[in-house]
Design a protein around this ligand. Structure first.
Ligand SMILES: Nc1ncnc2c1ncn2[C@@H]1O[C@H](COP(=O)(O)OP(=O)(O)OP(=O)(O)O)[C@@H](O)[C@H]1O
Ligand SMILES: [Mg+2]
Length: 327
């Protein structure tokens, strides 16, 4: 039986609050530690030492990417997809953002979530990421109904979300960003060498080779590198599903290709990817499946092969296949 250590770490970095997640550590009884705050604007981003009541039990809690895909929960006994949403509804006052969405996200596939501006894409993924609570509907994860009440609970399930704007803290380096909220400790101190090694290995496994040094501050990274580090951080923690909200919207050609390669790499490692994209070239380049939202409802979801560009545009703009569609 595996046990959980809950390590709640709240960081305040440039007005961003990061809440940590649970770190699995086999053979260790449940313990708690609260460290507030590690990092504040204007202060040294790397504290000299860190004292928590259960420092020793954190050792070994960080698993490498290949371990995360080969161990963990037993295989699903059902034929259900990894994530299944049914009749998800969400309103903000009089604004109905989601009017009953059904969506399936299978493992080891890239599902592109498309839709016009305001269709409800971001609200939907925030319901899965624990930021919003649906007003109604069911979220099934690995065949079981779950209630995801916070990003921390989403992380504990294996769901990581990368938001374009909030992906990294500029004043921290790559290692610090990747371990933010889940720092590794050794003899009551941050285990910098171990974290550096793990960050380097994870980036290498994902094929991210363009960063000069893992001690580079995030502020000095290109857009594509920032996204890569954010994704690498997501997959380092036993993630089974990585959600990306328009990861390449602000990127140039080369950087976009880098992030798209990374998404393929996640799929190759067996992870499910749910990626929001407005870019049809990108959708057709990376997706296995397409799901299209229209006015807060799912217009269609099907394998990529069942679509051409015109059909996708038609669903996005009218919610229907359109009379001139191929299929
Ligand atoms: N926090 C909020 N409060 C009130 N209304 C909201 C909130 N978040 C989203 N909405 C509304 O919900 C609807 C869906 O918004 P959402 O952000 O999900 O759209 P989207 O599909 O992600 O669009 P885009 O492609 O422009 O990012 C919109 O009408 C939006 O104004
Ligand atoms: Mg959005």
């Amino acid at each position: 039986m595996s046990h959980q250590i809950d390590v709640e770490v709240v960081h305040e970095v440039d007005d961003l609050a990061f809440h940590s997640t649970a770190c699995p550590a086999p053979g260790v009884s449940r313990q708690h530690a609260t460290v507030i705050p590690l990092i504040r604007p204007g202060c040294s981003p790397r504290p000299a030492g860190l004292m928590v009541p259960c420092a020793h039990v954190l050792r070994g809690s960080i698993q490498r990417l290949h371990e995360s895909t080969s161990t963990g929960d037993p295989p699903m006994e059902t034929t259900e997809p990894l994530l299944r949403l049914r009749d998800i509804r969400k309103s903000f006052g009089a604004v109905q953002a989601l009017g009953g969405v059904d969506l399936d996200v299978p493992a080891a596939q890239v599902t592109a979530l498309c839709g016009d501006n305001g269709a409800g894409k971001s609200v939907l993924i925030k319901c899965v990421a624990g930021i919003h609570q649906p007003d109604r509907g069911q979220i099934r994860w690995q065949g079981r109904e779950v209630h995801i009440r916070s990003p921390r609970e989403a992380s504990a399930l294996g769901i990581e979300t990368v938001y374009q704007d909030l992906a990294l803290a500029d004043n921290l380096d790559i290692v610090q960003n990747m371990f933010l909220g889940r720092e590794r400790l050794r003899h009551w101190l941050l285990d910098e060498a171990e974290m550096e090694q793990a960050a380097t290995a994870t980036l290498r496994e994902l094929g991210v080779t363009t960063v000069r040094s893992v001690r580079q501050r995030a502020a000095s990274l290109s857009g594509g590198q920032r996204q890569s580090v954010a994704v690498a951080r997501a997959v380092m923690w036993h993630s089974k599903l990585v959600i990306l909200d328009e990861p390449t919207a602000a990127l140039g050609v080369t950087q976009t290709a880098m992030v798209q390669d990374l998404i393929r790499s996640l799929r190759a490692h067996g992870l499910a990817v749910l990626v929001i994209s407005h870019n049809l070239n990108e959708v057709f380049a990376i997706a296995d499946r397409i799901a299209i939202l229209h006015l807060g409802r799912l217009a269609v979801q099907a394998p990529l092969i069942e679509f051409d560009r015109r059909r996708v545009v038609s669903y996005m703009t009218s919610g229907e296949a359109g009379t001139e569609a191929r299929l």
